[in-house]
Design a protein around this ligand. Sequence first.
Ligand code: NAD
Ligand code: UDP
Ligand code: UDP
Length: 328
Amino acid sequence: MMNLNMVAPPEQSNMRILVTGGAGFIGSHLVDKLMENEKNEVIVVDNYFTGSKDNLRKWIGHPRFELIRHDVTEPLLVEVDQIYHLACPASPIFYKHNPVKTIKTNVIGTLNMLGLAKRVGARILLTSTSEVYGDPLIHPQPETYWGNVNPIGVRSCYDEGKRVAETLMFDYHRQHGIEIRIARIFNTYGPRMNIDDGRVVSNFIAQALRGEPLTVQKPGTQTRSFCFVSDMVDGLIRLMEGENTGPINIGNPGEFTMLELAEIVKELINPKVEIKMVENTPDDPRQRKPDITKAKELLGWEPKMKLRDGLPLMEEDFRLRLGVSKEK
Ligand code: NAD
Ligand code: UDP
Ligand code: UDP
C-alpha cells in the first residue's frame, strides 16, 4: 500500500552542461547520454578541428541543445552548472600536426575553462590521459605513479600539455576552491572514431574492410588496453556526479599486444588480409594498462564491454561510412 506520509523527492532542477570538444568521438557519445536526461540542457563548443557536426546531427535544432563554433583558446562567456572539458585532438597524427596549437589548446584552453568555472561557480571535469604516465616504468599504472615522460619529444605537446592542464585544475581547486574532476582516459574505441586518424583500432578496422594489410608498428609486442566508448561515457558521468576530484583512471584493463589486436581484427573482420610490420614513431609507450582499483572503489565503475564484443559494433559503423557491405 502507498505510504501517504512519504514526502515526494524535490524536483531535480535543470542542469546546464557545457561540453567542450563535444563534436568529437567521445564528446558526441557523452552528449547523446546527457541528452537522454530531460532535465539537462547541453551546450557544445567545438572548433571542428577533428570533430564534426555530423556526430551531433540528431541534436541540431533540439530545444535543449546548442552548438557553438568556438576555439577554447579564446575566452568564452556562457552560464553553465557543469563543464566537461574534452576539447583537444586525441590522435597522435592530429596532435602532432600543429604541436604549438596542441599546447595552446591544453594550457590556454584549460585556463579559460577554469576561469569560466570560477566566474559561474561550475564544476569542471578534465579528460586527461594515460599519456601523462609516458613510457611507464610501473605496470599496470596506478594514479599515484608520476610517470616517465620525455619533455622535449614529438609527443610532449600532448603529454606535457595534459600534465600542465592537470596542474592548472589542482591550482584552481586549491587557490580558488573550484570543484574539479580529473579523468585519466586510456585508449578508447567505438563507432564515430575518425576513419583516417591513424589510431590503431580505426586503422586496423578500416584496413581489414578495404582488404589492405594491417600495419603493425614495430615491434608489435607493445601493449594497450582498449575501452569501449559507452563504458567510458558512463565512467565520466559517474566521476562528474561523484564526490572525488581524481585523478581517476578510466579504462579497460584487458591488455593486448598490437600483434594480438591485429590477429583478432583479422579473425573477426577479414581472415584474408595480411599482417605487415612497419616502422614505428618515436617515444611510443611500450606497455599500458590501467589500474582501475580507484574507479571501482570510488565510482562503483568498471567496464562491461569486452574487446571481441565491441569491435563488431565499430565494424558495423565503419562499414556504413566506408560503404562496404558484409559478404553473404
Ligand atoms: P576527438 O579528436 O574526436 O575530439 C576532440 C574534439 O575537440 C574535436 O571535436 C575537436 O574538433 C575539438 N577541439 C580540438 N581542439 C579544439 C579547440 N582548440 N577548441 C575547440 N574545440 C577543439 O578526440 P576524442 O577521442 O573524442 O578525445 C576527447 C578527449 O579525451 C580529449 O581531451 C582527449 O585528449 C581525451 N582522451 C582520449 C583518448 C582516446 O583514446 N580517444 C585517450 C585519452 C584521452
Ligand atoms: N575566462 C573565460 N570565461 C569566463 C571567465 C574567464 O574564458 O567566463 C578566461 C579569462 O579570459 C582568462 C582565463 O579564463 O583568460 C582565466 O580567468 P581568471 O579569472 O582565473 O584569471 P584572470 O582573468 O584574472 O587572468
Ligand atoms: N599502431 C600500430 N599500427 C597502426 C597504428 C598504431 O601498430 O596502424 C600502434 C602504435 O605503435 C602504438 C599503438 O598501436 O603502439 C597505439 O597507437 P595509437 O596511435 O592508437 O594510440 P596511442 O596509445 O599511441 O596514443
